[in-house]
Design a protein. Structure first.
Length: 234
């Protein structure tokens, strides 16, 4: 809210005006309240024009506070009709659980990682959108490539790419796997503090074959340390 004035030949009027964006996206304003003319207000308040303007600005501040309180407490009623049939083939249910994961995804700056990868490869699809959806669906609804794409179609924001783009992106993601992991590890420091003096490896997905039960029968090339003290923090 702000104070505006309108001058005529014999008087000057004071108003409280609100600025807003209309339905066409244009900035406009409307008068909320007329405070009175300069002559009337100066007589009532016992002051000059500067005093009237100061008083008017205080009224605009109070009007703004009341507007904010009313807006916060405003109840929005959504009508439902039990006897009305749903439109056939029109989606009514959307999934929004991925929005929590999105904050983690962008906190790791994986969107910037995808931008760097794109500079090294020539493709038109949105790699960031594909990678993020693959991660979201892998956590929320694990499945292969096609079910993941179909699951993403139920999100509040539908995929901006086609299903065949996912298959094309997989080759790029596989080639850049090490780079993505290293960048995600470095960027994780922006999410929380950690002690990176010792790195522990999860070997649950590694399978080794041996004809003897003695663990020392593994050739040196297959020995996998339980911990690794990195150089230069990696």
């Amino acid at each position: 809210m702000k104070v505006t004035t309108s001058k005529s030949k014999n008087s000057e009027s004071f108003y409280i005006t609100q600025s807003y964006i209309d339905s066409n996206g244009k900035s406009t304003s409307k008068r909320i309240r007329k405070l009175g003319t300069l002559k009337e207000l100066a007589k009532t308040l016992g002051t000059d024009r500067d005093g009237v303007m100061e008083w008017a600005r205080e009224q605009a501040r109070l009007e703004t506070e009341n507007y904010k309180k009313e807006k916060e407490a405003k109840t929005v009623l959504v009508p439902f009709h039990a006897d009305r049939q749903l439109d056939y083939g029109c989606q009514k249910l959307y999934k929004g659980g991925y929005l929590f994961l999105r904050s983690v995804y962008y906190g790791l700056r994986l969107d910037q990682v995808c931008r760097k990868i794109r500079e090294r490869h020539k493709f038109q699809y949105d790699l960031n959108a594909i990678l993020s959806d693959l991660i979201y669906t892998r956590i929320l609804e694990p499945g292969s490539k096609r079910p993941s794409y179909r699951a993403a179609m139920d999100y509040l924001e539908k995929p901006s790419y086609e299903e065949h783009d996912v298959y094309r992106a997989l080759d790029v993601l596989a080639a850049e796997c090490d780079f993505i992991q290293s960048e995600a590890y470095k960027n994780s420091s922006f999410q929380s503090d950690r002690n990176d003096g010792v790195l522990y490896y999860d070997c649950t997905n590694y399978y080794f074959e041996t004809e003897q039960e003695d663990e020392h029968s593994f050739p040196p090339s297959l020995w996998f340390p339980s911990r690794y003290i990195p150089d230069n923090g990696f």
